[in-house]
Design a protein around this ligand. Structure first.
Ligand SMILES: C[S@@+](CC[C@H](N)C(=O)[O-])C[C@H]1O[C@@H](n2cnc3c(N)ncnc32)[C@H](O)[C@@H]1O
Length: 444
């Protein structure tokens, strides 16, 4: 066989085979085996934080499966699939009406009549929603018109943080639908200012105007629970296992939210002194969250809460690590540089900045940007997978654009904004969903 196109398909099949086997081996190593599509409980690996090997395998599997489909399916089929997807609306119905919570009390399944009564919706419409999702393994129809939860639908339960991340996405389609309008509007088209983001455009059309961070207490609470869900989706907690925290004494969580990262960090590394820095309204919520989830940590004074507006002032000075998780992606380049310059001013000679975020990969590689050995898997295999490592980051990057004219960035873009603040990239950690980028003060 010499047809190069055929060889590429064969290579993709090999990637699918080897990565699926690798993923199976990871599940089997837990002694709980490989999950089934209609499993009605979570697998222990679903909640584990150190699942890098599994996630690396899934990254390859997903990329290769999609690419194989793109090659072998008619283009009109694939392109229409891009837009013909309302799973999000069905998930929204399930989340809003708490269907997964009701089904959780009936593991053997519940008739749609009883279920629809319990959530006060029309039974035929509930069945349509659930059947659509069941096609993708989220809920299952165990007998005609009898539905039960699956491993996927359990994630939608009211107590699950991921469900809050889904909840805050409800408003995004409104901003997505004006994207083209913003790109041809005289005032918005060439601006990357925060106040010229698609969200601002859509709100203006509706006669409203409020900054994204001007949230009331209830919205703020939901947003920060959503951040915990976001953490689980992208497995940010891998950083607990792969950064050498034992060599660090003090950490500032810059824009800490309510502690989605700093609480697990404090629990896993009790020697660390941690300063949470945030806008004043959030810092109060943060302290409450710590009091609820980790009260014992607050007793010996090693955890601090210090208000900060990082656009106007620097964080506390001279700490070992300044950790910025999902901060820079919220801001256009100019503001990102201001934030990093303010952090730079607080650093001592041995301080490090850790930017923890998604990193975009591009089809055409960038010149060497100092990626470390731990990062080599982040480069796509041959044949280059079109979406390798980029699917979630790319979609999240669109959200950042809609909301704030922010963006997900490539390694080179991070390196450049770091350089503008006097920082140099010293180390990168490929944590699959995200990367951890370590910067030090640049020596002139
Ligand atoms: C996407 S959230 C990330 C929060 C947290 N790092 C996490 O990963 O859960 C961005 C955070 O930036 C905070 N923020 C926004 N503007 C800020 C400012 N000017 N100064 C300090 N924090 C700010 C928000 O309150 C929010 O908690």
């Amino acid at each position: 066989m010499t047809d190069p196109n055929e060889l590429k398909v064969e290579a993709l099949l090999d990637i699918i085979n080897s990565s699926a086997r690798k993923a199976m081996a990871e599940y089997k190593s837990t002694k709980h085996g490989v999950p089934s599509v209609d499993a009605d409980t979570l697998h222990p690996l679903d909640l584990a934080t150190d699942t890098l090997a599994l996630r690396k395998a899934i990254r390859l599997l997903e990329g290769a499966c999609e690419q194989l489909n793109t090659i072998l399916a008619p283009p009109q089929h694939t392109v229409y699939n891009f837009v013909n997807n309302y799973n999000w609306a069905c998930i929204d119905v399930a989340v809003q009406s708490r269907i997964a919570d009701v089904l959780d009390r009936h593991p053997e399944g519940l008739s749609v009549d009883v279920l629809a009564d319990a959530v006060n919706l029309d039974k035929t419409k509930v069945a349509r929603v659930l059947r659509g999702l069941a096609l993708r393994g989220c809920f299952k129809e165990v007998k005609r018109d009898v539905f039960a939860n699956t491993r996927l639908s359990l994630v939608l339960k009211a107590t699950n943080n991921v469900r809050f991340f889904i909840e805050i996405q409800r408003e995004f389609p409104r901003y997505a639908t004006v994207l083209y309008e913003t790109m041809v509007d005289q005032e918005f088209a060439r601006s990357d200012k925060l106040e010229r983001a698609p969200r601002a455009f859509a709100l203006r059309k509706e006669g409203k105007k409020n900054g994204f961070w001007d949230m009331d207490d209830e919205a703020r609470d939901i947003f920060h629970k959503a951040m915990m869900g976001y953490s689980e989706i992208l497995n940010f907690s891998a950083v607990l296992h792969y950064y050498p925290w034992d060599n660090v004494s003090s950490v500032v969580d810059v824009g800490s939210g309510t502690g989605a990262m700093s609480i697990p960090l404090a629990k896993m590394f009790p020697h660390l002194r941690i300063t949470n820095q945030e806008l004043p309204e959030t810092i109060m919520l943060s302290r409450n969250t710590w009091e609820k989830n980790a009260p014992e940590m607050l007793l010996d004074g090693r955890i601090e809460f210090v208000p900060l507006n990082f656009l106007e002032e620097s964080p506390v000075v001279g700490k070992d690590v300044y950790y910025l998780r999902s901060i820079i992606h919220n801001w256009p380049d100019e503001e990102s540089k201001v934030i990093l310059r303010n952090v730079r001013k607080a650093m001592g000679p041995n301080s490090r900045v850790l930017i923890h975020d998604c990193v975009l990969s591009r089809a055409f590689g960038e010149p060497d940007v100092g990626a470390s050995e731990s990062c080599k898997d982040h480069k796509a295999l041959e044949p280059t997978l079109l979406n390798f490592g980029s699917h979630i980051p790319h979609q999240m990057g669109m959200i950042m654009w809609f909301l704030y004219n922010g963006k997900k960035r490539t390694l080179k873009e991070f390196k450049d904004i770091g350089a503008s603040a006097g920082l140099v990239l010293t180390q990168t950690y490929d944590l699959v969903g995200t990367m951890l980028l370590e910067f030090a003060i640049a020596q002139d």
